[in-house]
Design a binder for this molecule. Sequence first.
Ligand SMILES: [Zn+2]
Length: 114
Amino acid sequence: MGNTGPESTVPPAVSGVSGGRLRRAGGDAGQGRVVRTCAGCGRKAAKHELVRFVAPNGVLARSQKGAGRGVYTCTRLSCFERAASRRAFSRTLRRSVRVDPELARFYTERDANG
Ligand SMILES: [Zn+2]
């Protein structure tokens, strides 16, 4: 289900604590929130909520990790198609990229799973 408009719970900042070797077994890497923009609809979202693409060889490929310039879309097929039709991938990556139609399957499969 789409949980739109979540209330972000901000943990209280730990301040004034010195000399303590805190080991947090939390999982929150404390990196701050990395926000990226969807190339299709322009929505801003946390990086991990988006699908990342790279095109190291001029062919668009899905890659959540990896160095280099990336381009992001929401996990919705409509955003992918929109980005593709507007050539937003090429523009964002600053090179001409080939968009494999097979990539759309990732979105449709997710859709099927609800
Ligand atoms: Zn989008």
